[in-house]
Write a protein that binds this ligand. Structure first.
Ligand SMILES: [Zn+2]
Length: 358
């Protein structure tokens, strides 16, 4: 089911699976009243079953904002990775305003202007409504774990770079091939929601008529692979080491090793088939971005100066923060690869310049 978001990216997909006598949801949408009402309304259209489990792909508020209220209402079990849970609680417990102020202070060192920093802090309210809604109790998911629901057996695959230990779920052989034989247009008896059915019909058609024995696998990709937008990479969790751009690329390369006819169910946008092609596009996107950056760093520039050169369009405060984080992540990635040199300015601003010996 598709839930609205109070952002430029205006929706998030939530997947519903049969779970014994109950239902399992994968992600929840944000924690506002509109989402809660919509989710309740949509659920009442489904067979009357209790909500038994909530699996959260990662800690971003559009994926888990409503989890605590659903747990309180239904007594459902929360499943997520330990790092995602930890990251979510950090965000959730942070005092009002501290997030924007610390982000503004960090980005000052990358040349973000005082006006832009002020507007970031003033627009804190834009982010305040967006908080994770997690409970202290949860069932940890680890890489390689199997989650069974409605006859489906899902393997947990961790992804990095967008959020720590982001959970993707892969089902290699969806049930229903023997029972199915044209009886159902959906993914199988276990999955609900119109978009699941639509996507599966496309996936089935792509396989052609000879695919009676096995159905294509299904990947619930969360935010790791999206059909139209490139996943945001680079917002730091200060307590996590690593290079988000490199981590993200490694993760999606691993996902691209799944069978080519895998049906991908993303958190934003429509289900699609063509995982390898999409991952190749994402890699090209990052490579092009690096080339563009290298092209304008013949002279030293800060991340903020780089954004002025590379993205001329107007960014709202949230977009500006994300763009700054992405720019810094790419600059650091390229510095680690020896393509750029990092210069600490006397004015406290970090600048980067191309190393022409690389
Ligand atoms: Zn996300």
């Amino acid at each position: 089911m598709r839930l609205p978001l109070p952002l430029k990216l205006d929706h998030v997909n939530v997947w519903v699976l049969e779970d014994g006598d109950g239902l399992m949801v994968i992600d929840t949408g944000v924690g506002d009243e509109r989402t809660r009402a919509l989710l309740a309304e949509t659920r009442s259209a489904l067979p009357r079953r209790p909500l038994t489990r909530i699996l959260v792909t990662h800690h971003h508020p559009d994926h888990c904002g409503l989890a605590d209220r659903l747990i309180e209402e239904h007594g459902a079990e929360l499943l997520m990775s330990t790092l995602a849970h930890e990251a979510g609680l950090v965000l959730q417990r942070r005092e009002k305003g501290t997030d924007a102020r610390s982000t503004a202070a960090r980005l000052a060192g990358h040349g973000l202007s005082p006006e832009a920093r002020k507007s970031l802090v003033e627009n804190e309210a834009q982010f305040e409504t967006l908080k994770p809604g997690l409970t202290p109790d949860f069932t940890p998911l680890a890489e390689g774990d199997t989650v069974s629901a409605g006859g489906y057996s899902w393997r947990v695959i961790f992804g990095q770079g967008h959020a720590p230990d982001h959970v993707c779920l892969y089902c290699a052989d969806p049930p229903g091939a023997e029972r199915g034989a044209g009886a159902s247009g959906g993914v199988g008896d276990g999955a609900g929601g119109a978009s699941v059915g639509d996507g599966a019909a496309g996936g089935g058609a792509a396989r052609g008529a000879g695919a009676a024995a096995a159905r294509p696998g299904i990947l619930i990709s969360g935010d790791m692979v999206l059909p139209h937008i490139s996943t945001h990479v680079g917002s730091p969790a200060a307590w996590l080491p690593g290079n988000p751009v490199a981590l993200f690329q490694d993760s999606v390369r691993r996902l691209a090793e799944l069978p080519e006819d895998t049906l991908v169910l993303p958190s934003h946008g429509e289900p699609f088939v063509g995982l390898r092609e999409r991952v190749a596009e994402l890699e090209l996107h990052h490579a092009e971005r690096c080339r563009t950056i290298a092209g304008v760093l013949g002279e030293p520039r800060s991340a903020a100066e780089l954004l002025q050169v590379v993205f001329q369009r107007d960014l709202d405060p949230l977009q500006l923060m994300l763009a700054m984080n992405e720019a810094v992540a790419h600059l650091e990635y390229m510095t680690e690869r020896g393509e750029l040199e990092r210069l600490a300015g006397d004015d406290g601003i970090t600048r980067y310049v191309r190393r022409d010996d690389s």
